[in-house]
Design a binder for this molecule. Structure first.
Ligand SMILES: C[S@@+](CC[C@H](N)C(=O)[O-])C[C@H]1O[C@@H](n2cnc3c(N)ncnc32)[C@H](O)[C@@H]1O
Length: 222
């Protein structure tokens, strides 16, 4: 079976037309939750794309594992960290298979602008796998589009509750997406994590991009 989302992302990274800087919202949440100072330990960047957030994390001292369904994204992320002399592990994700068996265990996890690119039931299943992959005491950072995001308001609702993006000019036409009802719905996908931060942010540049975010911490650890 072809994976429409993997095809879309491979084409996008092949084009060279992608972001080259970390998410400023993630950077703010990182310092609010984890704090400044050089770090040691590992950080999973799930859906790492071209490595925008991986590079930021590597510069903070973390050993980053980049995971993605796009082979081309992983090549770009590796070249980028190699050029900085930063070691990096990678996982090529099979987006159609359960991710539980594809991940190890990590001190912290970011899943930024990624979990939404799934059918709704698979996104919830993947959320449980990310919780299981997080070590006690670790933080998980995630954002998702809200129902007010332009991909949701103009999208086609599918039988299983997923949404198909129909917004033209986004280079993501046809992508299948999972969109939680609200931030408390999203938090309920990650049972066992304490909500350290939660909220919303919006970009209204060339289209209305409205997101919810959640930073969860697994109890225990140091
Ligand atoms: C919008 S980009 C975000 C990239 C990066 N996280 C960032 O913030 O710059 C979405 C990424 O998620 C990846 N992706 C989509 N569905 C995925 C899935 N089910 N599992 C892992 N990665 C996925 C895509 O290949 C793409 O690299």
């Amino acid at each position: 079976m072809s994976n429409v989302n993997a095809d879309i992302w491979n084409a996008l990274y092949e084009s060279g037309n992608y972001l080259h800087y970390p998410s400023e919202v993630f950077v703010q949440l990182y310092f609010r939750s984890i704090g400044k100072g050089a770090k040691s330990g590992d950080f999973l960047d799930y859906g790492c794309g071209s490595g925008n957030n991986s590079e930021f994390l590597a510069r903070q001292g973390w050993l980053v594992t980049g995971a993605d369904i796009s082979v081309r994204a992983l090549q770009v992320q590796k070249q980028r960290l190699d050029a900085l002399g930063m070691s990096n592990a990678q996982i090529g994700i099979d987006g159609l298979a359960p991710i539980a068996g594809q991940l190890g265990h990590y001190g912290n996890i970011i899943c930024w602008d990624c979990l939404c690119y799934n059918r709704l039931p698979k996104a919830k299943e993947d959320a449980l796998a990310l919780v299981a992959a997080l070590e006690p005491g670790g933080h998980l950072f995630i954002n998702m589009p809200t129902p007010r995001h332009e991909f949701a308001t103009t999208g086609l609702e599918l039988e299983d509750g997923s949404v198909q993006n129909r917004r033209s000019g986004t280079r993501q036409e046809g992508a299948i997406m999972a969109i939680p009802r609200d931030v408390d719905d999203l938090i309920s996908w990650f049972p066992g994590l304490d909500a350290v931060q939660k909220g919303h942010f919006t970009f209204d540049f060339s289209g209305y991009k409205d997101f919810m975010f959640f930073v969860g911490r697994k109890p225990g650890g140091k």
